[in-house]
Design a protein around this ligand. Structure first.
Ligand SMILES: Nc1ncnc2c1ncn2[C@@H]1O[C@H](COP(=O)(O)OP(=O)(O)OP(=O)(O)O)[C@@H](O)[C@H]1O
Length: 310
């Protein structure tokens, strides 16, 4: 099956900066794919190459089988982009801006109007359709950027930090819209610095650092590599942690009257942990597992990478 995004050994140099250094990424049609990485990792550069805003120095990049340079228009017509920076025509009412955008993608005028209205309704700013971009609130501007990405009914939606600087409620609203698009079959490429966003939304994430992919997995697989925290409340607390014979356990100690065990894949440790405690005549009254967050794993991974390079 044709991949939605296929990048092989992609290189981008800006004078002496190697922004992409042999990037390999494959995104399947229909996937919700996250691109994570510290500032300067090369995420926006990759997006810019996909949408034709930057030319690659070397390597391959294709969108639904169309090379992003040789078949630029086909590749570009398949993509709806909500960029990080606002690059909006500020002098026209926002509905007209959307109609122009649809026209650019070859959509006839009547259909363009219908699509523009629908996109504004989808993101919840239809009543602002006659307003200029500059006069929208910060949150409405974010909604509008998403509407503009949607207006051409793209097969691939690229969202470069779509919820940067918005409040929690709007973030959730935008997640809803994006999720609905994905459920309806649209492939999504998302970059975000809100790791929780990737954890909640993405089927798979690639972690980039210094222009390369350092890891690729589902958020769950990545979280399995972190340290979970199991808190066990015992009827009578011993002064020191009981002797335990468990693999994957990093540490066991008494903290504030509870037994706290840290371990990889905490949920798989719990049954054995409880069995051993009962065998040791301890009565367990409560167990709580706090899963490692993707954020912790991400910070660890990118920190280790740069430490290794340094
Ligand atoms: N037009 C440009 N000219 C020169 N260097 C550039 C240009 N655009 C990006 N770079 C450099 O390329 C590298 C990658 O930048 P890029 O914006 O792709 O990173 P990013 O992962 O999107 O970062 P952020 O998370 O901060 O948005 C950085 O070192 C940046 O300074």
């Amino acid at each position: 099956m044709t991949l939605a995004i296929r990048a092989r050994n992609l290189v981008k140099e800006y004078d002496d900066v190697r922004a992409l250094d042999g990037l390999d990424i494959s995104v399947e049609a229909g996937e919700f794919f996250g691109l994570l990485g510290p500032n300067g990792a090369g995420k926006t550069t990759f997006i810019n190459i996909l949408v034709g805003l930057a030319n690659r120095t070397d390597g391959e990049a294709a969108v639904f089988g169309h090379d992003v340079s040789d078949e630029y228009q086909q590749a570009r017509d398949a993509i709806g982009l909500a960029p990080q920076e606002y690059n909006v025509d500020r002098f026209f009412p926002i509905q007209e801006v959307l109609e122009h955008k649809a026209g650019y993608h070859g959509i006839p005028a009547g259909e363009a109007t219908r699509r523009a209205e629908e996109a504004l309704k989808t993101v919840g700013i239809y009543e602002k359709r006659d307003t200029r971009f500059d006069w929208l609130s910060g949150g409405m501007k974010r909604r509008f950027m998403l509407a503009r990405a949607l207006v051409s009914d793209p097969d691939l939606l690229i969202l470069d930090e779509p919820t940067a600087g918005v409040d929690v409620q709007l973030r959730r609203d935008l997640w809803d819209v994006i999720n609905r698009m994905n459920d309806a079959g649209t492939t999504i490429l998302l970059t975000t610095h809100y790791i929780e966003e990737a954890e909640r939304l993405c089927d798979r994430v690639a972690i980039m650092d210094e222009g390369r992919k350092v890891e690729e997995a589902s958020p769950d697989e990545l979280m399995d590599r972190g340290t979970d925290r199991i808190t066990v409340t015992l009827r009578s607390t011993p002064a020191t942690a009981p002797e335990l014979d468990l693999s994957d356990v990093h540490d066991a100690r008494i903290e504030d009257g509870d037994l706290v065990v840290t371990a990889a894949r905490g949920s798989s440790v719990v049954p054995d942990l409880l069995r051993q405690l009962e065998a040791g005549d301890y009565t367990v009254t409560e167990v709580d597992i706090e899963r490692a967050s993707l954020e912790e794993v991400f910070v660890d991974m990118t920190r280790t990478e740069s430490a290794v390079e340094a």
